[in-house]
Write a protein that binds this ligand. Structure first.
Ligand SMILES: [Zn+2]
Length: 292
């Protein structure tokens, strides 16, 4: 798979032919000869000759001289014609050169390589909600777990029969689940409502029960937010959910009493720091307080 991806992303410019592989390098035509002439490749005794070694005294033809050759005649004639038409002259002073052809300029780029390796992966909305948002790396990873319902809340612990406190430690009323903790909990709802009065954050108060999934809810809120405020909205979404989790963890593991003012204060503090670290999307007019 790696070799196929490499061949797809590169083209070999033959100089002296000492490095390019006759069968598997992409040096003649649109694809490596092994792919363009599979019968010949399978029949050939030597599959790792360099271009120079294969072309010297037509060695690639001698490698085919064995067994039943009637099945490879057509491909043989085609390849022979292709090599003749190419009229390749090896230059002993010029080394072979690998050229990057997968986009992003003439040089290798991780972005282009990644695109080739994962082009068949199913598409998700993670980019829209998390990875293209301005946020701390840890907060992004947390958001990814939250959107997949993989936070270790009491409902998951309970299903596995592991020790848990059952109740949500922020409202002390319901079984704690990801959906409850971040969206249905009266404590968290109040936090979202507090920030929904800020410019660009209005959709945070727009919550319709029952909630099918966190991902769906986040995408709906982002879609309804005006285009100019979406970047800031996505960062705030991650920032607020991240701070709700931190308050929850402080209550569960350090015996803290839940306090909405503490969370709001921590969010504002983080917001200032993210802005100072370069989060231009959080700069005013986004987030300006407006008493409605
Ligand atoms: Zn709760």
């Amino acid at each position: 798979m790696d070799l196929a991806a490499f061949q797809k992303a590169t083209h070999v410019l033959v100089g002296n032919g000492q490095q390019a592989c006759f069968w598997t390098s992409d040096w003649l035509g649109a694809a490596p000869l092994a792919a363009a002439f599979p019968s010949l490749y399978n029949h050939s005794r030597r599959k790792n000759r360099t271009v120079a070694a294969a072309l010297a005294n037509d060695q690639w033809i001698r490698d085919l001289h064995h067994g039943n050759t009637s099945l490879i005649v057509v491909e043989y004639l085609q390849l022979r014609r292709q090599i003749q038409q190419a009229g390749l002259i090896l230059d002993s002073h010029v080394p072979d050169r690998i050229q990057w052809t997968a986009g992003g300029g003439d040089c290798y780029s991780a972005r282009a390589a990644y695109r080739i390796l994962f082009q068949s992966r199913p598409s998700t909305s993670d980019d829209k909600v998390i990875w293209k948002s301005w946020a701390l790396g840890t907060a992004k990873v947390f958001s990814w777990l939250m959107l997949r319902n993989r936070i270790w809340c009491n409902d998951r612990l309970q299903r596995r029969g592991w020790p848990n406190g059952y109740f949500c430690s922020l409202c002390l009323r319901n079984l704690e689940s990801t959906v409850h903790l971040f969206w249905e909990c009266s404590f968290s709802r109040q936090i979202w409502a507090t920030f929904s009065v800020r410019a660009g954050c209005e959709e945070m108060a727009n919550f319709k029960s029952p909630l099918h999934s966190t991902m769906q809810h986040c995408l709906q809120m982002i879609r309804r937010t005006p285009a100019g405020a979406r970047k800031g909205f996505r960062s705030m979404l991650i920032l607020i959910a991240w701070n709700i989790l931190k308050e929850r963890n402080a209550c569960v593991f350090r015996g803290k009493m839940p306090c909405q003012n503490d969370v709001a204060h921590a969010i504002m503090l983080d917001c200032d720091q993210w802005r100072a670290a370069g989060a231009a999307c959080l700069e005013p007019p986004f987030g300006v307080y407006s008493a409605r």
